[in-house]
Design a protein around this ligand. Structure first.
Ligand SMILES: [Zn+2]
Length: 145
């Protein structure tokens, strides 16, 4: 009994971990599906964001989303899609932070995206030091060339 119980607990933990992993995989698909189902008015970057959101490795996914987030011509619609895609992912705090900082320092950042970023900061599962970096980037504003 003493050995059976820990093994049973381990199995339960592993099962739970699998469910979480499958859940994360599914959410990438559904956030993209939801995005394209919500409207037919999309930006030039929406398909790029959808492809980036589906990249398996979280650091590569964040890298792709971060380079889109830094584009000077990214529209508000596309900025909000980047936030949705990032929030649905299971990225590391530092990787997600790099994307949010790129967006926060982009001169194209809209007021609506800024508000949404503040409202949803809890969705990104950041370390508190990374939250501070995002807040600092928001208050610093656009990067000076
Ligand atoms: Zn779109």
């Amino acid at each position: 009994m003493r050995t059976v119980l820990p093994i049973a607990l381990l199995l339960i933990a592993l099962t739970a971990a699998c469910v979480v992993a499958i859940g994360n995989g599914a959410s990438h698909g559904s956030v993209v599906d939801d995005h394209f189902a919500a409207t037919s008015a999309h930006g030039a970057r929406c398909s790029e964001i959808a492809i980036a959101a589906g990249v398996d490795f979280s650091s590569e996914r964040s890298g792709a989303l971060g380079s889109i987030a830094a584009r000077p011509d990214i529209t508000e619609h596309e900025q909000l899609f980047v936030l949705d895609a990032l929030a649905a992912g299971d990225g590391f705090s530092s990787d997600d932070t790099a994307v949010l900082v790129a967006l926060a320092r982009n001169p194209a950042l809209s007021d609506a995206t800024r508000n949404e970023l503040g409202r949803r900061i809890g969705d990104f599962d950041l370390y508190s030091s990374d939250r501070v970096r995002v807040a600092t980037a928001l208050s610093d504003g656009p990067a000076t060339p």
